[in-house]
Write a protein that binds this ligand. Structure first.
Ligand code: MN
Length: 424
């Protein structure tokens, strides 16, 4: 059978070369429509959504045998079926959408029920998030933060080059793109203040990250190998780890972030599968010193994935790009993060979400947070309309996009957007 990643594949549905969703992608999401308000699983193809619940009911796909797995408000039941079913299902969906395959192409009545214009689809959180863990795996980001928060001459703490540093975050406040975010309140103590006070965050930031969607569990007490970790990864989303920097700076010693990161995390609505990203796999940065044996990898585990951040203030007509970087710069790979996460015997579950950590590159315009872009507020960003920003203001919208560029097509993620509302 032809690989669903074959660059020459075409769909009978017209897809523009600049679209994020060609037949080589086939990302999963959860959507509803005015005509059918039940959230269900679909796949993005060009400007359409393919309703998998319809195809399943009609017997055209049977991921779970006779049982329903797509007429569900989350992708978790499908993920639980495992990597063999993921591969078979993606292959079958690809076949059904091919320009030279008649089953769906030539059935006008079925097409009318199974294909929904994307503009008519309301997109929901695609998974039930069981747990959210956030890592800190960009060496450039960790170095920049270390210089600002701690010690210019020794920015990386001694553990950083040996451990994929992370913390357990909150699953309860992971929201889908388009969800507005109220400015959080918290305990603040600027360096000049004698005592802390409680009030709205004054240094509200974003963090450009990728999110790994874990689709298979590990048992409590068991470790996983790099190969097992890879097989557990269902796919990836764009992730904005909203951060209250003033709260963070006061609270993070000695146990790490708490309320500064707990108020909101936004993700993109389409989960791009690990399989769709295979053609874009690349070596990560050389790891020196060599990681301990349990963290060693025997294949490239990074991805050549371009990432953009746009900022739109309340006065601006459209977003202005303030960062362009690449996921390939990450020092610790997603596979290493997952291996490390399970290394104590911590059980991983279907629906766990792992944030990569802020993705920054070596150049100034590759920094994935305002903390770094404005250098702690010391170097305000000059926007095209004359406004300036150090941190986010009420009414500001943040948009992240990402894609892997193939020859004549791109495997993209759509966007994750969020607008800041005043504190409650
Ligand atoms: Mn983060």
């Amino acid at each position: 059978m032809t690989s669903p990643n074959d660059p020459t594949l075409r769909s009978f549905i017209d897809v523009d070369a600049s679209s994020d969703f060609p037949i080589q992608n086939l990302p999963y999401g959860v959507f509803s429509t005015a005509a059918n308000p039940s959230p269900r699983v679909g796949v993005a193809i060009g400007d359409q959504v393919l309703d998998l619940a319809v195809l399943e009911r009609e017997g055209l796909i049977a991921a779970a045998g006779a049982n329903s797995v797509f007429a569900q408000p989350a992708i978790n039941p499908f993920m639980a079926l495992g990597p063999t079913v993921w591969t078979q299902t993606r292959g079958r969906i690809s076949q059904l959408l091919r320009h030279d395959h008649p089953e769906l192409r030539d059935n006008a009545a079925l097409r009318a029920r199974a294909l929904v214009p994307r503009r008519d689809a309301r997109l929901h959180l695609p998974l039930h998030v069981e747990g959210f863990t956030d890592f800190y795996s960009s060496k450039e980001h960790a170095t920049n933060v270390g210089v600002m928060f701690r010690d210019k001459s020794n920015p990386l703490l001694p553990n950083w080059l040996h451990i994929p540093i992370g913390y357990n975050g909150r699953a309860s406040t992971v929201v889908v793109s388009g969800t507005a975010i109220h400015r959080p309140c918290g305990q603040l103590k600027p360096p000049t203040a004698e005592v802390p006070s409680f009030g709205p965050c004054k240094r509200l930031d974003f963090e450009l990250e990728m999110g790994v969607v874990v689709g298979q569990p590990s048992r409590m007490g068991d470790r996983v190998t790099a190969a097992e970790a890879e097989a557990m990864i269902f796919g990836f989303v764009l992730l904005n780890d909203w951060s209250a920097r003033d709260v963070q700076q006061w609270e993070y010693v000695p146990l790490g972030p708490f309320q500064a990161k707990a108020f909101a995390t936004s993700i993109s609505p389409w989960i791009v599968t690990r399989e769709a990203l295979e053609p874009f796999r690349v070596e990560g940065p050389k790891q020196d010193p060599a990681p301990l044996p349990y963290l060693q990898q025997n294949r490239p585990n990074n991805y050549d994935l371009t990432l953009d951040v746009g900022l739109k203030t309340a006065k601006m007509g459209h977003a202005q790009r303030i960062c362009r970087t690449n996921f390939k710069y990450m020092y610790w790979s997603s596979a290493q993060q997952l291996v490390h996460h399970a290394s104590s015997g911590c059980a991983m579950t279907v629906g766990d979400l792992l944030g990569s950590g802020t993705i920054s590159g070596a150049d100034k315009d590759q920094r994935g947070s305002l903390l770094e872009l404005s250098w702690g507020g010391a170097e305000p960003l000059e926007l095209a309309d004359g406004e300036r920003r150090t941190f986010l203001e009420d009414g500001d919208s943040l948009v992240m996009t990402g894609w892997c560029q193939g020859d004549g097509y791109r495997v993209g993620f759509g966007e994750v957007e969020g607008t800041i509302l005043p504190a409650k």
